[in-house]
Design a protein around this ligand. Sequence first.
Ligand code: UD1
Length: 430
Amino acid sequence: MEQYIIKGGNPLVGEVDIAGAKNAALAILAAAIMTDETILIENLPDVRDINVLLEAIEGIGAIVNRIDRSTVRINGSTIRDVSVDYEFIKKIRASYYLLGALLGKYRHAEVPLPGGCNIGSRPIDQHLKGFKALGADVDILHGAIIAKADNLHGSHIYLDVVSVGATINIMMAAAMAPGRTTIENAAKEPHVVDVANFLNSMGANIKGAGTDVIRIKGVEKLHKTEYSIIPDQIEAGTFMFAAAATGGDITVRNVIPKHLEATTAKLEEIGCEVEEFDDAVRVRASRRLRRTNVKTLPYPGYPTDMQPQITVALALAKGTSIVTESIFENRFKYADELTRMGAHIKVEGNSAIIDGVDRLTGARVSAPDLRAGAALVIAGLAAEGITIVDDIVYIQRGYEDFEGKLRSLGAEIEKVSSEKEIRKFRLRVG
Ligand code: UD1
């Protein structure tokens, strides 16, 4: 089992390049199988979730040719199986995007029902409601979702909750459903727009992505394209908060500053200086952070995937802050771990009340999920002494070379897998 060992206390300083957006890439890779022609995708992040999905896509018979770390060629003409193996869905929920892609292309998809997850129960009723509205019969048999249609047709779908996954999944199937589809109360996240742009570059006719009404005119066929994925706003935001929490000065490069507005606004509120460039953002934290309140909301609100990172910064800020989670029910599991590092956090329902402290101290903690894991690493970098973060497999799901990028900013962090390596690190850092 790999762990991170960190010696905290250094302000992180320097420049870091942000990879392609994992959450956009997951949907785009699934959508790439919707044509029999070859698709080239660039700016792919080299993270575990992406690599597992590529295996799942190969598993149903598509040709996957990884040209380099960030580029892949996919050809879906050789798909022989519309049934996705449980092994993959168990590892990444987002393999459910193959439901929309396969249903659109072959009018038939079989994907195991994704299980629970560490941030709370995550129903997919809105995805299924959308597929049914498009004319599919949807059954759950032996733990798998079976969606089948003789004919798909356009439809009018109102989402009861704003869901990124449902918006994208329905958009994919509707892209190849004859007639007009309208998705109302659609999610507006940048990756929803990126997936729509990708499908349009394959010949789909999708308008309004990025607003809450998406209109789709179904086309008979999609064709080849070459496409570069947008930068990962959550990876970028994580480094921005690493600057805040360590009193550092970080420029995140290869980003779209507009996508980072909610994060930038909060960083300014707590006393950081944020400078925007065309494709970079610089965050400087030259004084003690100030308290604030924050509530997670669908885009353009403050992202739930940035909730643990701001909590770490607020744990070190002057005054009392309240962080309210409104998207997922169980996203404060890391609060106990932060408490072990000296933070004063009380969780009440879906809010965390944080009394800022002057300093955190290193401890052995465990990553409960992807973003909380990254936040604990930031806490370790800001803390005095040594922190060990267990279960970093979660972090590797979504951050490309996290430790390498942090080291390039002056962090003392090592990936280790034995007591001997831990001892070596302790000796080296003194
Ligand atoms: C995506 C992101 C995830 C992010 C989340 C919210 C990917 C792969 N993951 O997850 O990192 O935290 O958006 O920005 O892109 N819901 C229902 N019924 C449904 C679908 C969702 O009730 O059919 C609820 C969920 O329980 C949750 C809310 O809607 O409370 C939003 O979930 P959703 O936007 O669907 O999240 P994901 O697409 O799973």
